[in-house]
Design a protein around this ligand. Structure first.
Ligand code: CP
Ligand code: NVA
Length: 305
């Protein structure tokens, strides 16, 4: 059966548990320089309508390491930038490659592409979600602290694609998210694709969101696509900077995460992101390993080797 990964809840709890275990196997093998080529002769198309460093590198390197090849496409150099319907692009591109990754604007664009695709489609970030990043973040949490079930994640800042995806993940994997956003930037449960509000709580004061948390995380104040609001956001988010005081009220062994790229002195202080509780480099590296496990799962299903 054709499977896509367009939002976090496209994978079930048991599939995610499999995927995290599989990631561990693939990562260990990679660290030992053991070749593993289950995707020989398979081709990944990567379509970017927004900038990227980590997503492009991790998908492209990951596909090569699995024995396949990857093709980079962007809006500027393709007919997508000249108004070719996304449905037509889905029909054509999916006849030529085995799997597709897309980074674009509205979630609706990737949904429409997937509806016309013969091959699995992976969300490499939309305005609404960033599910591959949350796979990497949760795998990183598991590496440091074990299962995330029942734990508390503090989200400080914008209720953006990262925040929405944390909230979805909390429902699937049964943990809690304490969210603190400035007034006017609150979570929209429908846009986040939530079933209910059981797994998240909102706090006016970011210190209260961080109190007792196992993980404190944030993201840029201005996401790609919102650049026109940058000056206003700098003022609105000034009190939502993750600093040592916020980390100080979280659990003593709490980790700090940021999907990167980061702006030191805006959403996080240098002291925190470069400090001992920060796991941001592990988080970035783990994009490679989880996405290799994800591509293997979408193309081959569950494997034993
Ligand atoms: N975190 C992340 O997705 O980074 P890039 O924008 O560099 O891909
Ligand atoms: N929320 C950010 C994440 C970048 C990886 C953005 O969408 O720009």
């Amino acid at each position: 059966m054709l499977r896509h990964f367009l939002q976090f809840k496209d994978l079930s709890r048991s599939e995610l548990i499999y995927l995290f275990e599989r990631t561990r196997v693939i990562k260990t093998r990679f660290k030992r320089y053991q070749p593993y080529h289950p995707l020989t002769d398979r081709t990944l198309a990567m379509i970017f309508e927004k900038s990227s460093t980590r997503t492009r590198l991790s998908f492209e390197a990951g596909m090569h390491q699995l024995g396949g090849s990857a093709i980079y496409l962007n809006t500027r150099d393709t007919q997508l930038g000249r108004g070719e319907p996304v449905e037509d692009a889905g029909e054509v591109i999916s006849r030529m490659v085995d799997i597709v990754m897309i980074r674009t604007f509205e979630q609706d664009i990737i949904e429409r592409f997937a509806a016309h695709s013969r091959v699995p489609v992976i969300n490499g970030l939309t305005n609404e979600y960033h599910p591959c990043q949350i796979l990497a973040d949760i795998f990183t949490f598991i590496e440091h602290h074990g299962s995330i079930q029942g734990k508390t994640v503090a989200w400080v800042g914008d209720s953006n694609n990262m925040c929405n995806t944390w909230l979805q993940a909390a429902e699937v994997l049964d943990f809690n998210v304490h969210v603190s956003t400035p007034p006017g930037y609150e979570v929209e449960p429908e846009r986040a694709g939530l079933y209910g509000t059981d797994h998240f709580e909102s706090f006016a004061d970011p210190m209260d969101a961080c109190r007792g948390a196992d993980l404190v995380t944030t993201d840029v104040w201005t996401s790609m696509g919102w650049e026109a609001e940058n000056d206003e956001r700098l003022k609105d988010f000034a009190d939502w900077q993750v600093d040592a005081e916020m980390m100080g009220v979280a659990k003593s062994d709490a980790v700090f995460m940021h999907c990167l790229p980061a702006h030191r002195g805006e959403e996080v202080t240098a002291e925190v992101i470069d400090g001992p509780q920060s796991v941001v480099w592990d988080e970035a590296e783990n994009r490679l390993h989880v996405q290799k496990a994800l591509m293997e799962f979408l193309l081959l299903g569950k494997v034993e080797s």
